[in-house]
Design a protein around this ligand. Structure first.
Ligand SMILES: Cc1cc2nc3c(=O)[nH]c(=O)nc-3n(C[C@H](O)[C@H](O)[C@H](O)COP(=O)(O)OP(=O)(O)OC[C@H]3O[C@@H](n4cnc5c(N)ncnc54)[C@H](O)[C@@H]3O)c2cc1C
Length: 284
């Protein structure tokens, strides 16, 4: 039997650590940027693609992807982008710097930036708020640029007003070692770029299927069409990673809210190798 001291050292998987909001600002009509800093407890090392349960006292908690990269922040600071959707996210939007939140995690699988992506050409396909978790992997790859082949970033949003991290998009567009292409579904008068769904961009890039890893995150409808296009380009399904959101509660494989035909998305995902779920009904 464990002693009381030993028991107290066992990390409680349901217990959030205390953090504060150190920065918050509006990015679009519905999304806000947040920087959280852990005030006490242990540092929380993470990898790109992982998420945390963020809680607001009195309101509850929600799973939110980490948008920063461990190459740019320490393990006590986390950047996130949160869309106002309901109870918890509305409470998060009402916070001001200095106010407390709880952080539980990090949870889930990660983009295999070290394991399977090194030495490969990388294509990031980001639809809308899907850019948020992928940004972490983009930063990671750009901060170890010499370890990867060609880097292509494809980004699509509904309209120019929905674009996130516009300064970073500009930076990627102007880098000589990044192929950045962007599109919007609906343009306004000032938009001089591509108009159309994100698959339009896939037709404009050269992909060598023998040495390319593709990372995809976006709205559910996007996966189907992007995957169809990739199949036409002969990209092996083992070389495709998708990040999938499911309604989630505990995040530790207990409650079953996130199950996809017996697969716990909180533990086997949110980042999946497409080969592992291609035959799982209702996964995509
Ligand atoms: C792994 C993971 C990572 C996520 N990362 C982010 C992120 O980086 N930024 C962000 O803004 N959101 C993210 N989400 C979605 C976010 O968790 C939900 O929007 C949030 O839980 C809603 O909580 P709420 O109490 O505000 O809304 P609720 O009152 O619970 O619900 C409001 C509405 O949102 C819908 N909703 C709730 N959860 C989800 C979900 N998982 N997917 C789709 N619709 C949902 C409900 O059906 C309802 O219509 C992520 C979800 C998962 C599973």
């Amino acid at each position: 039997m464990m002693s009381a001291t030993e028991l107290s050292r066992v990390k409680d998987i349901y217990l959030p650590q205390k953090a504060t909001v150190t920065e918050i600002y509006s990015m679009t009509a519905t999304e806000k940027f947040f920087r959280f800093h852990l005030e006490e407890g242990e540092a929380l090392p993470y990898m790109p693609g992982q998420f945390m349960e963020v809680s607001v006292p009195g309101f509850g908690e929600a799973p939110i992807s980490i948008s920063s990269s461990p190459t740019r922040t320490d393990d006590t600071t986390f950047e996130m982008v949160i869309r106002k959707a309901g109870n918890v996210t509305t409470a998060l939007h009402a916070l001001v710097p200095g106010e407390p939140v709880g952080l539980r995690g990090p949870y889930g699988t990660h983009f295999p930036v070290e394991e399977s992506m090194k030495g490969k050409d990388i294509v990031f396909v980001c639809g809308g708020i899907g850019l948020v978790p992928v940004r972490s992997a983009i930063h990671y790859v750009l901060d170890h640029r010499e370890n990867y082949g060609q880097v292509t970033i494809l980004s699509g949003t509904r309209s120019p007003e929905d674009r996130l991290f516009t300064e970073e998009l500009y930076e990627w567009k102007t880098r000589s070692d990044v192929n950045f292409l962007e599109t919007v579904d609906t343009a306004d008068k000032r938009w001089g770029g591509t108009v159309g769904v994100i698959t339009t961009l896939l037709k404009q890039v050269h992909i060598d299927p023998t040495k390319t890893v593709v990372v995809i995150c976006g709205p559910p409808i996007m996966y189907k069409f992007v995957l169809l296009e990739l199949r036409k380009l002969n990209v092996d399904i083992n070389q495709i990673y998708v990040s999938l959101e499911r309604h989630m509660r505990c995040a530790v494989g207990k409650c079953g809210h996130c199950q996809i035909n017996g697969l716990y998305a909180c533990q086997k995902g949110a980042v999946f190798n497409y080969a592992d779920i291609v035959d799982v009904r209702e996964a995509i």
